[in-house]
Design a protein around this ligand. Structure first.
Ligand code: ADP
Ligand code: MG
Length: 283
């Protein structure tokens, strides 16, 4: 049975946007000593915007952006939303398939187009420009047409404003923080420095994130917070999985023990305070 104090702490937490799957999960949450955190959409995602488009092979910037937007209209990834809203007249795409942590493909006007991570799609002659954009802190997606790199889209995806203070608060309470991201090491480092996170692991596939979390859990009780389908295996591997920005019934929530209905990361220290109170009254 779940102790009454835990139930009342859960009740208090739910009042400010924290949904808990079970009393046991909320008790475990109160005991965590480490937090693994996803980058794109979790530490960032306030209002990502397309800031640069580069092209090759005689293709125009407008064409590249339209192709990318056409596919991204089918995705809920935070980068997808930014790219899809950058044009108003995107062509229709068919046979669209998205691969978590990689990108999205489809057929536009009889041409196979893919948009996604430089880890998945070769940047070809655009590699230097892609690197330069990443050094500036942009997240870059490559656009392929019939298997050839034709363009790259740089998205500026800023840190959520409350993040540095949240990280500081967690560290003060003895909770270490590790960033886990599918993005490249340059963009990841630039953002981690702003956030005050020193342990950064990048270019991780969904299964790599899960392995990293499992390893952290062997050392100390660890929670993982993420927003996307690509985080589902990592959320399941954590002692406590937290899904953020919950809208509907997606894979991230299925795998989570705790869900935040909003996107404000101050919910972490706030929910922890409630979870601690539940534990303290009990003991
Ligand atoms: P994070 O782990 O930081 O949340 P993701 O795993 O969601 O990042 O994405 C990793 C990388 O995969 C992104 O930086 C992007 O390059 C690429 N990616 C994933 N989904 C998409 C998509 N729908 N469109 C374009 N690129 C994508
Ligand atoms: Mg994410």
């Amino acid at each position: 049975a779940v102790p009454v104090t835990v139930v009342s702490a859960i009740g208090a937490a739910s009042a400010f946007g924290v949904v808990v799957k079970s009393g046991a999960a909320f008790e475990r949450f109160g005991g965590i000593r480490h937090l693994a955190v996803d980058k794109t959409g979790t530490l960032t995602g306030n209002n990502p915007t397309v800031t640069r488009v580069v092209t090759d092979d005689g293709v125009s910037e407008n064409e590249v952006l339209k192709w990318a937007a056409s596919l991204e209209g089918h995705s809920t990834h935070p980068l997808a939303t930014a790219i899809a809203s950058a044009v108003s007249d995107a062509p229709q795409a068919d046979d669209v398939t998205e691969t978590a942590g990689r990108g999205i493909s489809g057929v536009i006007d009889g041409v196979c187009v893919s948009v996604g991570s430089p880890r998945w799609l070769d940047a070809g002659p655009l590699a230097d420009e892609v690197r330069a954009m990443e050094m500036e802190g942009m997240t870059v997606v490559i656009v392929h047409s019939d298997g050839r790199p034709v363009g790259a889209v740089g998205v500026r995806d800023e840190l959520r404003p409350e993040v540095p203070e949240v990280i500081r608060t967690l560290n003060e309470r003895g909770i270490g923080v590790t960033m886990l991201t599918g993005d490249n090491p340059r963009t990841a480092r630039a953002l981690a420095a702003q956030a005050g996170i020193t342990d950064v692991r990048s270019e991780l596939r969904p299964e790599d994130k899960a392995a990293a979390v499992a390893e952290l859990c062997r050392t100390q009780p660890t929670a993982m917070i993420g927003d996307g389908i690509n985080d589902a295996p990592a959320l399941a591997a954590a002692d406590v999985g937290i899904a953020m920005g919950v809208k509907g019934a997606d894979a991230a929530i299925e795998s989570a023990d705790v869900a935040f209905t909003g996107n404000d990361l101050r919910l972490i220290p706030q929910a922890l305070a409630h979870a601690h109170r539940g534990r303290t009254i009990m003991n």
